[in-house]
Design a protein around this ligand. Structure first.
Ligand code: SAH
Length: 363
């Protein structure tokens, strides 16, 4: 791409850059995700799947789906746990992996090989391709990789930030997103509002699907709760921050997830939404610390220390435990979701005011 090329939309730039990045690079050389930090993460989610499935009335079969499964570590840890402690749930699960990268599909197939005979994993390109029926859906660090658009509030409306070469230019926005926070959110002049149309579409579709077919979808990601604004686009290359527009395909491009917009879109679809809550609160409610203590027992001192350090990293408020958030979407008749105890779900038709968010920290 040269500097003279016609400016392109940021989401188009990001889609191309990330498709190249995920198909060619090993993302895990640049960043580490919760399931890669410790087996405890996938195991706790496996336990969460079992409890959720019981509350749904133990449907057999049911669709157990994961979007953006990376190396397949989370699903492999979850299935191992299910096979040991919830064999009926394990036997009823039909695993569906939503993944676009052929390279990562291969890694995922290898990770699930031990379970393939029972759960018959299937790979799909997109969330709407999931078959009908009761659904338990998980996505960790999936939405933050989806392309965003950035709009700048002006006195008369909105400008859109476009990409030309390695710089941004702004243009008066023409084709505004059909739905999402742009129409309803109050943003000061000169500030950026990000819109992830892909995430909003997924939330709306899942919202409609869950309200009819039953089930739960769980999203875990770096992001903010409460409607806000700010430029959160970031690039990581070789583990270090980089300029997002430089050398497309060499860095992982992400943006924080706007959980308020996501939840609103899901409720527009017809489902109830829970949270978001912090990852620390969610994992603690699922029993992270007792599980860590159990794993560390009878281990040599350095191994025990590593296990406790991993639990801290996942759950401490000033680390991933506070930076990552967890949100659930459920069929409207679901009265309780593991990890969200004591919370009242939101039902269609609620909005709120905003605050500014900036990129920062570990991820
Ligand atoms: N969930 C994993 C990996 C996170 S990285 C973990 O926690 O370790 C993001 C993942 O989303 C990768 O698997 C990437 O290939 C996938 N991905 C990115 N964009 C996608 C899209 N549009 N559709 C499906 N998968 C996508």
């Amino acid at each position: 791409m040269t500097r003279d090329a016609a400016p392109i939309r940021l989401d188009h730039f990001m889609a191309r850059a990330n498709a190249a990045y995920y198909s060619r690079r090993d993302p895990f050389a640049d960043f580490i995700t919760s399931p890669e930090i410790s087996q405890m993460f996938g195991e706790l989610l496996g336990a969460w799947v079992a409890v959720t499935w019981q509350r749904m009335g133990a449907p057999d079969p049911f669709v157990l789906a994961e979007a953006g499964p990376g190396r397949g570590t989370l699903m492999a840890d979850a299935l191992r746990l299910l096979s040991r402690v919830a064999p009926a749930c394990y036997a009823a699960a039909r695993v569906h992996m939503v993944e676009t990268s052929p390279r990562l599909r291969q890694a995922q197939a290898a990770a699930l090989a031990a379970h393939a005979d029972v759960v018959a994993p299937v790979w799909l390109d997109a969330v709407p391709d999931l078959p009908p029926g009761p659904l338990v859906f998980i996505a960790n660090e999936f939405l933050d990789a989806l392309p965003i658009r950035q709009f700048v509030r002006t006195a008369h409306g909105w400008d859109e930030r476009m990409v030309t070469g390695e710089v941004f230019v702004t243009r008066p926005a023409t084709d505004l997103p059909a739905f999402g926070p742009l129409a309803t959110r109050d943003v000061p002049e000169g500030e950026v509002l990000e819109v992830c149309e892909g995430a909003l579409c997924i939330a709306r579709q899942l919202g409609a699907r869950l309200s009819h077919g039953g089930g739960v979808a769980l999203f875990i990601d770096y992001g903010y709760d409460g409607p806000g604004w700010g430029d959160t686009l970031q690039a990581l290359c070789d583990g270090r921050p980089a300029w997002p527009l430089a050398r497309p395909g060499t860095a992982d491009l992400t943006a924080h997830v706007d959980f308020a917009a996501l939840a609103t879109a899901a409720r527009d679809g017809g489902c109830a939404t829970w949270g978001s809550v912090t990852q620390g609160a969610f994992l603690s409610a699922l029993g992270l610390f007792p599980r860590a203590a159990q794993l560390a027992r009878n281990q040599p001192g350095d191994v025990a220390r590593q296990i406790n350090e991993a639990a801290q990293r996942l759950a401490a408020p000033d680390r991933m435990g506070g930076l990552f958030r967890v949100m659930a979407m459920t069929a409207p008749d679901m009265t309780e979701v593991a990890g969200f105890e004591g919370l009242t779900p939101l039902v269609p038709g609620r909005a709120g005011m905003g605050q500014r968010h900036e990129r920062a920290g570990e991820g």
